[in-house]
Structure formats: C-alpha cells, structure tokens
Design a protein around this ligand. Structure first.
Ligand code: UTP
Length: 295
C-alpha cells in the first residue's frame, strides 16, 4: 500500500501574527525567500505524496496563485535573460497535483479535515499543517515520510510527535502512551490523547506536531466530535473517539527541527536557521549576529 494523498489545512485566522496576517496568509510568509507552504508541499512530495488538497479560506487566495503558473512573469524573466528564474517559478506550478477547497468558517483543524472527505474517498491519507515546518538533515528522511513508514509498519493511524518542554503542554495536543516505559521508543501505541491539558495535570509532554497519517474512518469520528469550549472541532478529540472504539493509534517520534511558523519566536528562529544555511547570505548573517552580540 502507498500513501499518495495529503491534506494541508491552511484556513486558520493566524491571530498570533496579526497585523501581518490581516491580508497575507501566514502560510505565505517567507522563510528567507521561500513561502512556508512551499516548504510544506516540498516535504509532502519528498515523502511520496502525489495529490494534495490545500484547505483555504476567503483571505488565502495568494496560496492558490503561488502554485499556479504566472505566464506573464515567466515571459518577462526570459526577455530579461533570466531563464533560470523563469524555470524556477514554473516548476512551482508543476510540483504536485494540487487542488484547493474553501473552509467557509474557521471552525478548527478537525472541521478543516472534514472538508477533504470527498478528496480522500476510501484511501488513507496524510495531514501536514500549513504552518508547521520541520527541517531534516540531508541524511534523514522527511518527518512526514517517517510517519508514513510508521503507518505502513503498524497498520494503524499515526500522529507525529516530539517531546516538548512541560510548560508548553497547554498549547498542544498531548499523547498518552499505552505503556509508559515505551515512550522513549521511536514508535509507541497510544492509550489516549488530551487537547491542550493544564501544565499541572498533564501525564506526558509528547506533543503532536503537525503530521498525521489517517484512515477514512476519521470522517465518521469527526461527525461525532463535539465542538469544544473555543467553538472548534478538534482532530485530537476525533482520534480519541477512534481509540475508545478500540482502534489502534500509534505515535511516531520523528527526528528533525520543528518550527511553529504561526508564532513570532518560531518564525524568527526558522528565519535565522535557514539564513545560516544559505550560501549567498550565510557569512554576512554570521557577521551581523556577531556584531550585535559584541555590542
Ligand atoms: P493553528 O491553530 O496554528 O492556526 O492551526 P490558527 O488558528 O490560524 O492560529 P492562531 O492561533 O489564530 O494564530 C494549525 C493549522 O490548521 C489550520 C491553520 O491554517 C494552520 O495551518 N486551520 C486551523 C484551518 O485550516 N482551519 C481552522 O479552522 C483552524
């Protein structure tokens, strides 16, 4: 079996980065010169995904434009003898088979996934959040690929996780391992999940970080999932329903450095790390940081 479909939810309000996200989708904010959503799509493609559904909203049209051709710009670049740039922007339009659907109201991640029911049909599929970038080393498999391989190995739904600082658990979906001793292993089975538990009450500090591989019975669970106190349908709560029904859900502790680009600190640290790997600006950035520290 192969996992070739992925949903990328990108219809959230992006309130943490306002006013930048008033008119620009947070998923289009660039890490140096590449929009975050392009990095996400590239990770999906490197992980074996062929068909992608991006969930957008009214204010997210720049995402649709980014993955389209821009014939006029291409022609202008060719006329200016910038053929390489012209090829580069055309390639973005050919990166994968990308479709779009509108989530009419931002009713949560679970609700955004529900918009992909027809796209997925009976096939298992991956989910990768539009603002959650993971940088893997050249010799590492992409984070989503690690989750897909866990799905194929365990024949169960998979959530991609990493250990986080205890004081941050109230910002994430947290997993509860079936066997506490196994939580140090790369793959373990879940007993349950909790959406944003309080710091004092949490049982674990392994957080779901933007990558899932799901079977299509998640759609029935999402139908049964009640709206939470913030008015949203949470994917974590739908997964809880599946576990209660006796379905196996596994965690894949993926490797790689993860950035929450929807937060100020995540956005800035991704910018610094990617800049330090960009041969064109690397030395200038190191000098700039050194000068600041010396002062
Ligand atoms: P977030 O919770 O990080 O996005 O959702 P948000 O709601 O835009 O963030 P803030 O807190 O207001 O800053 C994770 C991903 O799920 C998408 C978001 O676009 C993001 O990529 N999402 C979230 C949807 O597609 N629809 C929703 O209703 C909520």
């Amino acid at each position: 079996m192969k996992i070739t479909k992925a949903i990328i939810p990108a219809a959230g309000l992006g309130t943490r980065l306002l006013p930048a996200t008033k008119a620009i989708p947070k998923e289009m904010l660039p890490i140096i010169n590449v929009p975050a959503i392009q990095l996400i799509v590239e990770e999906a493609v490197k992980s074996g995904i062929k068909d992608i559904l991006i969930v957008v909203s009214q204010t997210k049209n720049p995402i649709i434009d980014h993955f389209d051709y821009n014939y006029e710009l291409q022609q202008r670049l060719i006329k200016k003898n910038k053929k390489e740039l012209a090829m580069m922007i055309k390639k973005i339009g050919d990166i994968a088979n990308i479709q779009f659907i509108r989530q009419k109201e931002p009713l949560g991640l679970g609700h955004a996934i529900k918009c992909g029911k027809i796209f997925c049909g009976n096939d298992p599929f991956a989910v990768i959040l539009g603002d959650d970038v993971v940088k893997n080393l050249p010799n590492e498999k992409p984070a989503l690929r690690q989750c897909i391989e866990t799905f194929l190995k365990t024949n169960s739904c998979v959530v991609g996780i990493q250990k986080i600082k205890k004081e941050l658990v109230n910002k994430y979906g947290i997993v509860i391992p079936k066997d506490k001793k196994k939580e140090v292993e790369k793959i373990f089975t879940l007993k349950g999940l909790i959406e944003k538990p309080s710091i004092t009450k949490t049982i674990s500090n392994y957080a779901i970080l933007g990558r899932y591989v799901l079977t299509n019975d998640i759609f029935e669970a999402l139908e049964k999932t009640k709206v939470d106190q913030s008015g949203e349908i949470q994917l974590t709560n739908a997964l809880k329903i599946l576990i209660k029904k006796g379905k196996k859900v596994s965690a894949c502790q993926f490797t790689g450095k993860r950035y929450d680009l929807g937060s100020k600190i995540g956005f800035v640290s991704a910018t610094i790390d990617y800049a330090l790997e960009d041969p064109e600006i690397k030395n200038d950035i190191i000098k700039l940081i050194k000068d600041k520290v010396d002062k």
